[in-house]
Design a protein around this ligand. Structure first.
Ligand SMILES: Nc1nc2c(c(=O)[nH]1)N[C@H]1C(S)=C(S)[C@@H](COP(=O)(O)O)O[C@H]1N2
Ligand SMILES: [Mo]
Length: 231
């Protein structure tokens, strides 16, 4: 295995993980592989998975959560976002050229933002398979973003919508904006805003076991709920 980036520790298995308010939130339709492209575009469009098979590609990459855990060697299958942009978005939706940021939304209401340049980097995937299996609900069904050069919070699970916007959006109330670094590059330890990366390591690390347990517990509760069929 490759060596890990600064401040990261390896885990063997991928936990279901995220911001605590999303532990008990799930995609409303995990079978719906559709992506809405909206915001500052000439024509809002919906992209259907059936049109994307020609772009399918596989990639092995690592997931680095900002809270310091990493899982190496994940085998993803899906669609390169750069190709998806060129073949399905640029000509059809015609984003405003000055809209250089994107707001990414999951079916669970989770949001994250990236610069368009970061979204279109090589290695950014819209993935619907992990380690040879269809993506589970835990890890982002029906599909998710995979942005290996960025901390995990940019890799939106259950991706449903991309809005083109003119500036980096404020996703959190004042006082919580430190959570959201505009770039979040792992290589430069851009964990959050306002403090050096190494300091965030110590702030976040104590919350990992509790957060992973809460996410796991919420998934178990959903599985045993009589009304929700689960893959
Ligand atoms: N929709 C959605 N996407 C999300 C999150 C979330 O809570 N909801 N959490 C993010 C965070 S912080 C991380 S580290 C990864 C975790 O992915 P995993 O649950 O597959 O390990 O998903 C990211 N994408
Ligand atoms: Mo994370």
């Amino acid at each position: 295995m490759n060596s890990l980036p600064a401040g990261q520790r390896a885990r063997d298995t991928l936990p279901r993980f995220g911001l605590l308010p999303f532990a008990a939130r799930f995609p409303h339709d995990p079978a719906r592989r559709r992506l809405a492209i909206a915001g500052a575009v000439a024509q809002p469009i919906d992209i259907d998975a059936d049109h994307l098979e020609a772009l399918r590609t596989e990639q092995t990459s690592d997931l680095h959560c900002v809270t310091t855990w990493s899982v190496q060697g994940l085998r993803w299958s899906g669609f390169a976002v750069e190709a998806l942009f060129e073949r399905h978005i640029a000509d059809r939706a015609r984003p405003d050229p000055t809209a250089t940021w994107v707001l990414l939304r999951g079916q669970d209401g989770y949001r994250s933002a990236m610069s368009l340049a970061d979204l279109l980097r090589p290695g950014v995937l819209l993935a619907d398979r992990l380690n040879g299996e269809p993506l589970s609900i835990a890890h982002g069904a029906p599909w998710r973003l995979v942005a290996p050069a960025h901390y995990g919070y940019k890799s939106v699970k259950h991706l449903a919508r991309i809005d083109f916007v003119h500036a980096m959006p404020n996703l959190y109330p004042f006082g919580f904006r430190f959570l959201n670094h505009p770039r979040g590059r792992v290589e430069f330890e851009e964990r959050g805003r306002g403090l050096p990366g190494w300091l965030f390591r110590w702030l976040y690390r104590p919350f990992v076991p509790y957060t992973a347990a809460r996410f796991e517990q919420a998934l178990r509760a959903r599985r045993s709920a009589p009304t929700s069929p689960m893959p």
